[in-house]
Ligand binder design. Structure first.
Ligand code: GLA
Length: 424
């Protein structure tokens, strides 16, 4: 037997083995050793700590349909966006194209639109990236046909809420979801469960073994008082066990996929308590929740090391890996009050111009949260930015990312890299 450490091993062999161990240690150390790439690259700087992801749209992926065209960005800009994504990031999530309204806009087996999602997966695989599927069950961006059926009448105000949320998106301007009729009877519990199962099975199985992590349920928690689960047609029609069912179906479809529960505002202690309560009860019921997704839509006024440290410390009590799923830090004046992810409130949240010394404050905020990420690196698997650069962000007017619209690194980029040289 070859024993590299035994005295019988030849000197050159032993040297080789020592060198190999050192190289491995260097490669897997977190943060990565100082000889990181020049010019600096995020995914290399954090190699061995966590993956660095970006949400991408179909233009970046290159699977743009004629309808979306290159309306918002020129072909040259998109090319630069693509280079940025493939150079700096080693994980991607589709900003919109796996959401029910886009991938399964019509009922029935022919109601799926696979093109953009297939292109997303192929793009990611071509570049050796960790692929995230976002999202299977959500109160927003879900077509109304899903909830229509043979049950009692749909309450109009709830139905309106569903479609309003679906109307807005960070897809290029001009993109609008169809507004289905709001009248009519809603689905029964059995009908809706069957549709959910069919949707999850079809989508997850198609990408089985390729998409490695799924946001199975997105934003089920309420922002109101003590109410744990938000009002939604999922909860209304199926009951609170819709969440456990969604996880069960996703696990059936791909037993190896990492199944996440994903929500926003977990920096707020009250929301976090709800998350902890929900996930504990899901685990007690045996639901295969495998990771916590914390969106982290932050703002420069409240993002701090202490807050992120506390957030992650408490989330870790659940004993599950943590994925930061939608990181951005809003620098717009009007966006400093809350960290909600409600797309309908987003316009106001990016108004008022930028805060004073926006670049400096953004850099400090990012440095703070990345110091906290590094402190919790043992539990953190992925840190995904919600967009690759400011031009592609849903909050582009709040300049919330590390790269400007021309993909040039901002001071916040250097600040993030600095954290790797002073990790606690
Ligand atoms: C939430 C969703 C994302 C995205 C953002 C805003 O955080 O999870 O898919 O819609 O809102 O764009």
């Amino acid at each position: 037997m070859f024993e590299p450490w035994s005295s019988s091993a030849s000197q050159p062999n032993r040297r080789l083995a020592v060198a190999a161990v050192l190289v491995l240690a260097l490669l897997s150390s977190c943060p990565a050793a100082a000889q990181a790439s020049q010019p600096p690259v995020l995914k290399d700087a954090f190699a061995g700590c966590f993956s660095i992801g970006a949400a991408v749209n179909r233009q970046i992926v290159g699977g743009s349909t004629g309808r979306l065209g290159f309306g918002r960005r020129s072909a040259e800009q998109i090319e630069r966006d693509r280079i940025l994504v493939t150079t700096q990031f080693n994980s991607i999530a589709p900003e919109n194209d796996l959401k029910w309204a886009l991938i399964h806009p019509q009922a029935g087996p022919d109601g799926y639109q696979w093109g953009p999602a297939d292109a997303f997966v192929e793009f990611g695989e071509r570049h050796g990236m960790y692929l995230v599927g976002h999202t299977l069950v959500w109160h927003s961006q879900t077509p109304l046909w899903v909830f229509q059926g043979d049950g009692p009448l749909i309450n109009n105000s709830q139905a309106a809420e569903q479609t309003e949320a679906g109307e807005e998106s960070s897809e290029p301007r001009g993109r609008r979801f169809r507004r289905p009729g709001l009248e009519g009877p809603r689905a029964t519990r059995e009908q809706l469960l069957a549709r959910m199962r069919d949707h999850i099975h079809t989508v997850v199985s198609r990408y089985r073994g390729r998409i490695k992590a799924w946001d199975v349920v997105n934003e089920a928690l309420s922002d109101r008082g003590e109410e744990v689960l938000r009002e939604s047609l999922w909860r209304e029609i199926i009951g609170p066990d819709y969440i456990a069912k969604a996880f069960e179906y996703a696990h059936e479809a791909d037993p190896d996929a990492v199944l996440r529960y994903n929500d926003y505002g977990l920096e707020d202690p009250a929301k976090r308590r709800k998350l902890i309560k929900l996930v504990r009860s899901l685990k007690a019921e045996g639901a295969p929740v495998m990771a916590i997704g914390t969106q982290a839509h932050l703002n420069v006024s409240s993002a701090s090391f202490e807050n992120m440290d506390r957030t992650l410390t408490e989330l870790e009590t659940l004993g599950l890996p943590i994925h930061v799923t939608e990181l951005d830090i809003n620098s717009a004046r009007r966006g400093q009050r809350n960290t909600g992810a409600d797309i309908s409130g987003n316009v106001a949240a990016t108004e008022g111009g930028l805060v004073d010394e926006a670049d400096r404050r953004l850099a400090e905020a990012y440095e703070d949260v990345f110091r906290a990420f590094l402190k919790h690196r043992e539990k953190l698997d992925v840190v995904t930015f919600w967009g690759a650069n400011d031009a592609n962000s849903w909050r582009s007017r709040g300049r919330p990312l590390l790269f400007d619209g021309a993909s040039r690194p901002k001071p916040a980029f250097d600040a993030v890299l600095r954290t790797t040289t002073r990790a606690d």
